[in-house]
Design a protein around this ligand. Sequence first.
Ligand SMILES: Nc1ncnc2c1ncn2[C@@H]1O[C@H](COP(=O)(O)OP(=O)(O)OP(=O)(O)O)[C@@H](O)[C@H]1O
Length: 619
Amino acid sequence: MSEFAALGLSDWLVKQCQQLGINKPTPVQENCLPPTLEGRDVMGCAKTGSGKTAAFVLPVLQKLSEDPYGIFCLVLTPTRELAYQIAEQFRVLGKPLGVKDCIVVGGMDMVTQALELSNQPHVVVATPGRLADHIRSSNTFSLRRIQFLILDEADRLLEQGCTDFSSDLEVILGALPAKRQTLLFSATLTDTLQELKNIALNEPSSGRANPSETRTVEELDQRYILTPEKVKDAHLVHLIQTFTDEHHDWSIIIFTNTCKNCQVLTMMLREFNFPTISLHSMMKQKQRFANLAKFKASVYRILIATDVAARGLDIPTVQVVINHNTPGLPKIYIHRVGRTARAGRNGVSITLVTQYDIHLVHSIEEQTQTKLKEFPTDEKEVHKILTQVNVARRECEIKLEASDFDEKKEINKRKQMILEGKDPDLEAKRKAELEKIRSRKKKFKERIQESMEQQKQAQVKKSIRKPGPKAGPKAGPKAGPKAGPKAGPKAGPKAGPKAGPKAGPKAGPKAGPKAGPGPWSKDHIEAQTWRMSTDSGRHLDAAEMGGFTVTFATELDKERAHPPFCTVVANSTTIRKSWRDVCLTNSVIYCNTRVENRHIQVECSVSSGGRSLWPPIHR
Ligand SMILES: Nc1ncnc2c1ncn2[C@@H]1O[C@H](COP(=O)(O)OP(=O)(O)OP(=O)(O)O)[C@@H](O)[C@H]1O
């Protein structure tokens, strides 16, 4: 007797399995088949590529063959591609039974789906959003008699990721009978265990093989490459070149974090003549299916995808998975790398890690209980192509910006809002209002910070003015230590506006009256000068070169329309600098003259379009 038969599977199904090369049950099938056939709820948690789909398809088909009617079974899954893959398994394994299935996913014609649903299919495979739409809008079908509810990638369906299924699930669960069998499957069930148990209603049998073992398969060689962000693409091109040179029949999936990045990388790799195709949620559904079909048929050997392809896809030819970005969550990593090394085959995963992602690698290693090994690369070769690759990428980015990619994104967003019953224009208005409030708050905060900074600087200035050993003999008779016992307290905090003229022998008439107490007075400039000198440890040099640090970027930013000019008078020499120069020198204005004394007299003003901008109080 075959091992499948020993688990309680009917002869016709055992034969069907054998025809498909499924001879010996995998551990998850061994654990899940008997309780499902007994009528119990089941939670099947097993590694990627371990045959979880057959673990629920086989018992459902057996039960269906005993009492066939429609709609008998509902399978929910997070992605459209996965829905088609599951439906195919029902069709292939249930061929002798003539199983009628119906796929209900977004991006496809709703009327056709409604017609198919009303024809009482045996099995409905759906993504939650579209099925909930049908339940809300139509009464031509009923899910009240279903025997099986299956949540594939159950943890994804329950978590609140970028797509939140919770409200759709509520609608769907409300349309189902309480008396049913619920089967929950994923390679990463642990995080959402309690919610899953609630959905299962009856205490579910756990189909987990061994909870303490590693969470990725042994056949997977898990590697990483530590790289600076800007060398990442060169590493990617080099890796693909190496793999395609060495293996003609290998397929590669590259995961990246955004649709735009996916598109840019696809364009860039095509520039290097790699047969590349993409899969992301901003593509039309028909295009998504077509691209996946071409990749499965090895017409294209490289698929660049977002996490829309991270779960469930079963493509045996995939030998390599490259993570162009390190996944933020270990479970996303587990699913991504699980696209290779499936059903006992070998595979390699390579994660490109920047210095900022090292902590992510640590948590991946902790969760998977596997240490990632470094992938040996020829750095010299990578650096040889660095400029070429980065230029190609930039060109592709420019091309994409020139296309209507961002516009399409907006249109898709609007469509999504309309589907969710929201008014896109109203939402846009609300968003703009929110943005205004946020920016007002931000400006307010900045102003407070600025004034605090000014207060601090004023204090620094006052403390500098205190006669100390550094002000020394050059600071003039009154400010220096020789000024006698009274010099200290007078030059101290109470010295205020008078500190300017008394600070040194060259204080001169110009500096005197204008050196008011306000934050934008030239005293302020001096304070800044001193602060910069001491901070940078170039106390004397800065003064000798006549360098003055002036902090006015926030004030000037508002005036970009008329490029402002900055006029500095240092020891009677006037220099005029354009705003651009000031920017380029990091707000340090350098005088042309060599200054003999550290106590330089400075006047600084900034004007724009004939108007004086700075300092606002004194000029
Ligand atoms: N008992 C078996 N013996 C050999 N191959 C099997 C067996 N059961 C399933 N398979 C094959 O293993 C492959 C992976 O199966 P499946 O897609 O169900 O994995 P999975 O556990 O659902 O993976 P994932 O977690 O990535 O969704 C399929 O190609 C399937 O046909």
